[in-house]
Design a protein around this ligand. Structure first.
Ligand SMILES: [Zn+2]
Length: 449
């Protein structure tokens, strides 16, 4: 017997569809059937069309698609509150914090360091993430643990393992196998909640031999890579001195770039490299708060966009809250360019239009948009506009109104995971307490290194 479908109407709200033709339906409703959006429109019409369905009344709040984060590091969770030696530059930040933390992670730590930020995703309205994971002493099975956390909490996720040669070629081989094994299971849009990419750390920690081996293993997979590109000048200097070419040229020559590949950061790329990214259809991802935190520079997103590079927005593990990040994205550009007119529309477009397009490539149905046949990933925001709101001025309301309002309800894959600002079926207090115990052990292992 087939399980009964979960069908209901979520309505009586200001419905914002996003997508290419963002529509605002003043008294709108979405009809959800199982894990997909079946219909949308005026509340009275939807009630008439589907008289037998249960009606969830949002009482005038905003109904909109769940948000998407296209570059996250769930494992960064256990860095919260840690004290490490001060680092004077990006390479020192990697050596003194991130590479110590990732080496200390064991499989159970990975699970608990994933569930916590996934809960934060739900509470901040992020319903799909693209993650980038590293745990050199627990490579085999690491993606399976993150996948288990994603399924338990219910956030749609695209996963990969960051292959690197920084701890030797044997370990790079393990990383390659972890990716290929996961891709075999989740690589062809086979699963409704999980997708896969092939992860690389960054050009500066990868040998040609390892990259070639990975590219060969991926030849017939139609999957794409996920790699940090020119995040810091150190990555550029390394590529120029060892390989006599800039990072993007190197990755192009080795066959890493392409329409499903994600190049995170792209700060220190020249115009020729931007052209290559555009020609190969490679996606760039801007992570402004992380870049400011690491003092690595500001990506020229306006130039990237002008050159035709698909550019999305990520958080690089700094936060799971995309409404925070979008604000940072245009503020840093205003500051950098000394011009208050630039990058506002571009930043909101990156989050609301481009991120959904990027993530939708790894699944059977669209995410990040309210339209028929898209995945039912929907949020309700506690926002009652106090100035006129329409399609023409929506971006201002999105950033300054919705962006500082509370998420009331989060639905992912048709399941209500958070309602009236309360998690459903997740004991956050207990998970936090367990995570804190694991984090304490991780911190001890870091001190012992
Ligand atoms: Zn990153």
């Amino acid at each position: 017997m087939k399980p009964e479908k979960r069908s209901f109407i979520l309505g009586n709200g200001r419905l914002i569809t996003l997508g290419e033709e963002n529509r605002i339906i003043r008294n709108g409703s979405v009809v959800i059937e199982d894990n997909l959006i079946k219909d949308l429109g005026n509340t009275e019409e939807m009630k008439k069309r589907y008289p037998d369905l249960k009606f969830l009344d949002v009482k005038g709040k905003v109904i909109m698609p769940g948000l998407v984060n296209v570059h996250h590091h769930l494992y960064s969770t256990f860095a919260c509150g840690i004290s490490t030696e001060p680092a004077g530059n990006f390479v020192e930040i990697l050596e003194k914090l991130w590479w110590k933390l990732d080496r200390a992670l064991l499989l159970d730590d990975i699970y608990y360091s994933s569930v916590i930020p996934l809960i934060k995703c739900i509470k901040s309205g992020t319903t799909t993430i693209i993650d980038h994971h590293a745990s050199p002493n627990a490579i085999k099975g690491s993606l399976k643990r993150i996948a288990k956390a994603c399924k338990k909490i219910g956030v749609r996720s695209v996963l990969c393992y960051e292959v690197t040669d920084r701890n030797g070629s044997a370990e790079a081989g393990k990383g390659i196998r972890e990716n290929t094994g996961f891709i075999k299971k989740y690589g062809r849009n086979q699963d409704e909640m999980l997708g896969a990419l092939f992860g690389f750390h960054a050009s500066m920690t990868l040998s040609d031999k390892t990259i070639k081996k990975a590219v060969k293993a991926m030849a017939d997979k139609n999957c794409g890579f996920h790699i940090h590109v020119a995040e810091d000048k150190a990555d550029v200097e390394d590529s120029r001195s060892k390989h006599k070419k800039p990072v993007v040229h190197r990755l192009q020559d080795l066959g890493v770039l392409g329409e499903k590949t994600i190049a995170a950061h792209c700060i220190h790329v020249n115009e020729e490299e931007m052209d290559i990214l555009a020609q190969t259809g490679t996606t760039a991802v801007n992570n402004p708060s992380s870049n400011m935190n690491n003092a690595v520079g500001t990506a020229d997103i306006l130039k990237l966009l002008q050159k035709g590079v698909q550019t999305g927005l990520g958080t690089d593990g700094m936060t799971s809250n995309m409404l925070e990040e979008v604000k940072t994205a245009f503020l840093i550009q205003h500051h950098q360019k000394n011009d208050p007119r630039v990058a506002f529309v571009e930043a909101v477009d990156m989050l609301t239009k481009t991120n959904p397009k990027i993530a939708s490539r790894y699944f059977k149905h669209k995410v990040g948009v309210i339209e028929k046949d898209a995945f039912a990933d929907i949020i309700v925001v506690d926002y009652y506009p106090f100035t006129p709101m329409n399609e023409d001025n929506f971006y201002g309301h999105f950033v300054y109104g919705i962006g500082s309002s509370l998420i009331d309800t989060t639905i992912i894959n048709g399941k209500i995971l958070y309602q009236n600002k309360k998690l459903k079926g997740i004991n956050e207090e207990k998970l936090n307490a367990t995570a804190a115990t694991f984090a304490q052990n991780v911190w001890k292992r870091i001190q012992d290194q």
